[in-house]
Design a protein around this ligand. Structure first.
Ligand code: NZQ
Ligand code: ZN
Length: 388
């Protein structure tokens, strides 16, 4: 295990009915709020009306930025920055999934910054300050509700990039699992694969002597695997939704499950290049990329893939070589993703080979990626080709 520091300042309010606290929590940070939400799900479910009336009861003035796109766009972020500046907004409240929360974080960082907010995504500037923000989470997936990361798409240039800072950790996040009852089937699937993928990025590591971190990762994976199908069979399964929601938060909240362990993140960077060009859902892209990344790299450390196969998928190693056990675990991953209804190939989205070279090049624009195995442009190309 390596030396580490860990801090996570987000106040979590978890449970049915926790939305009732939004007025009081928000009013702690000022009385002029930008309410940020997506393309309509919060209006259909009544969450929008409820939030507005609770904020009004708390004496908060509301400005709004609606229609945040899944894979949120830079142009929309810039609209939010303008509203905040014009209206002297003191707090941002994101109500939605990862896209809405990420857009809110980008706005929060962009408001006090004099340059172009895109500078934070291109390594031209680092975030020195941000408006405070809070969230009401409606989809279990990204962990954005309790981390400092955000990902935005520059659609005109087909670039999707991430940024991060301690300054944009939400001040509070309200996690009411019953709000996820209305999540469409495909987004329950995509979100669950995203959660598992966040764990993979931290679990497949060359760092030695971190047994607690490994077991924490395995536990999150097993809990997701146990709860996805019950949530798909009955979208109002309270226990399954609660477990998925907490797994999502635990999987990516500043690295709690993998402190002191070197992470990988190459598969995420490859997926972001696919989303940047084809605008596919993040979790769906990961369903395609991750098993192929696993096949491409597992020989770097077969023992970790054997451990994964045995502990997470209960593969019996008796009479098998290490390679066979490792490959059985990778196949179990692929089969699970397929069984719950996720795409297995880029062709399932109508994606062919014409942009592979561009995507591989962009993935390594700032240098080779990944740590389990360092990947250069040719490696990324090979993984994308395996994914066709
Ligand atoms: O736009 P609305 O109408 O709200 O509909 C959304 C959207 O269409 C819908 N939805 C969300 N909650 C719902 C609901 N529909 C009905 N009932 C509800 N309760 O679901 C659709 C997808 O939402 P989105 O926010 O796009 O999904 P997700 O949470 O998976 O976020 C994906 C974005 O987060 C980024 C991804 O790259 C992608 O841009 N990521 C952010 C990370 C972070 N900040 O740490 C890490 C991740 O690895 C990821 O890269
Ligand atoms: Zn992800």
């Amino acid at each position: 295990m390596n030396s580490f520091q860990f801090v996570n300042p987000t106040h979590i309010v978890f449970g049915e009915g926790s939305v009732d606290q939004v007025g009081k929590l928000t009013a702690n940070y000022g009385n002029t709020v930008l309410l940020v939400y997506g393309s309509g799900s919060v209006k259909k479910t009544g969450l929008y009306d409820k939030t507005v009336s609770l904020l009004q009861e708390a004496g908060v003035t509301i400005h709004e930025l609606a229609n945040i796109e899944p894979n949120p766009r830079l142009s929309t972020v810039k609209k939010g920055i303008s509203i905040c500046r014009e209206q002297n907004v003191s707090f941002i409240l994101a109500v939605g999934g990862g896209s809405v929360i990420d857009a809110a974080k980008a706005i929060a960082a962009g408001v006090p910054y004099e340059g172009d907010v895109w500078d934070f995504f291109t390594h031209k500037a680092t975030i020195q300050e941000a408006l405070p923000l809070g969230t009401i989470l409606t989809l279990a997936a990204t962990g954005s509700e309790m981390n400092g990361n955000f990902v935005v798409t520059h659609w005109e240039e087909n670039l999707k990039r991430g940024a991060g800072s301690l300054h944009v950790y939400p001040k509070f996040s309200i996690l009411d699992p019953t709000l996820t009852y209305t999540v469409p089937r495909n987004h329950t699937v995509n979100g669950s694969i995203d959660i598992m993928s966040h764990v993979f990025e931290q679990y497949f590591s060359l760092t030695e002597n971190a047994p607690l971190q490994e077991r924490l990762c395995e536990s999150v994976l097993q809990t997701v695997i146990e709860n996805v199908e019950p949530a798909l069979a009955n979208p109002e399964d309270a226990a399954a939704r609660a477990n998925l929601m907490w797994c999502g938060t635990m999987a990516l909240n500043g690295g709690l499950i993998s402190v002191g362990v070197q992470n990988d993140w190459a598969s995420h960077m490859i997926e972001h290049e696919i989303s940047a060009v084809y605008d596919i859902p993040h979790g769906a892209g990961l369903s395609v990329v991750f098993p192929n990344w696993m096949k491409y790299v597992y020989k770097e450390r077969v023992d970790r893939f054997v451990q994964y196969a045995v502990r997470v998928w209960n593969i019996d190693p008796e009479g098998k070589t290490d390679d066979e056990v490792a490959l059985a675990g990778i196949q179990a991953t692929r089969d699970f993703f397929t069984r719950i209804g996720a795409e297995a190939r880029l062709a399932d989205f109508g994606i062919g080979s014409d942009q592979l070279d561009r995507m591989a090049g962009e993935a390594v624009r700032y240098g080779n990626i990944g740590n389990f195995k360092r990947l250069d442009k040719q490696d990324v190309y090979n993984i994308l080709e395996l994914s066709l």
